[in-house]
Write a protein that binds this ligand. Structure first.
Ligand code: PRP
Length: 215
């Protein structure tokens, strides 16, 4: 088995925080500095290979074993919960899942609600727990416009700064859970590759055990 380890990183929103964290754990990432449009980066000593992929694909790479490890938000893990082990809360990329809508939303009026979301599993589970039957409408993005233009009564989505909600005239009705960036691992890689265990230990030593709450 190859000694090189492959780590799938989420590109975009949490990328900067992730790279900062890896550098804090003593990984020299200067080989990724001028990345241009490259998506695969191999360290000069060939010990590591980093893949920059879409959040929802990180679990796929890890599940199929082409990446040994993955760094991805808990939002994605809640939506795609199997085929890997979740090892560490990295305490960065903090945000929350919330139920939000326009001012005139009536959460308790006993009408069957239409809920637009990029996270159908999370939304369904949330309303199941409340014993509330809703219609889930899956969309891919810009979810905030759904209640404004009448596609849905409310949304279940990620809130970080809250700016997107405010800009679209929405407010939070209920917080669902805290979200942060996590380290996940392929089960076979954890069992068979000592380098993977060493990588996890190195990251663990700098993140600590205290869960940072999202305000
Ligand atoms: C996420 C999320 C919200 C926004 C929240 O979308 O779905 O729309 O960020 O961030 P804020 O609270 O800081 O305003 P993203 O930027 O990933 O884009 P998308 O809607 O195209 O998925």
């Amino acid at each position: 088995m190859s000694k090189q380890i492959t780590i799938a990183l989420t590109k975009g929103r949490i990328e900067k925080d992730t790279l900062k964290l890896l550098e804090k754990a003593d990984f020299d990432l200067s080989f990724m500095a001028n990345k241009g449009r490259n998506l695969i980066f191999e360290s000069p000593d060939k010990k590591f290979r980093f893949l920059l992929v879409k959040a929802a694909d990180v679990t796929t790479y890890v599940r199929h074993g082409v990446a040994d490890l993955g760094i991805v938000g808990k939002d994605v893990l809640m939506e795609h919960p199997s085929g890997y082990l979740e090892m560490l809360d990295l305490n960065v990329g903090l945000c929350k899942f919330s139920l939000a809508s326009t001012e005139d939303y009536q959460p308790s009026d006993h009408k069957r609600k239409r809920i637009a979301t990029k996270y159908p599993t999370v939304a369904r589970e949330f309303f199941n727990q409340k014993g509330e039957d809703v219609e889930i409408i899956s969309i891919q993005g810009s979810v905030e416009i759904a209640p404004v233009i009448g596609l849905a009564d409310a949304i279940v989505d990620i809130v970080e700064t809250g700016n997107t909600l405010v800009a679209n005239g929405l407010k939070v009705y209920e917080d669902i859970c805290r979200i942060s960036t996590r380290l996940i691992v392929n089960k076979a890689a954890l069992k068979n590759k000592a380098e993977v265990t060493r990588f996890i230990q190195k990251i663990e030593s700098i993140v600590g055990n205290e869960e940072v709450p999202f305000q």
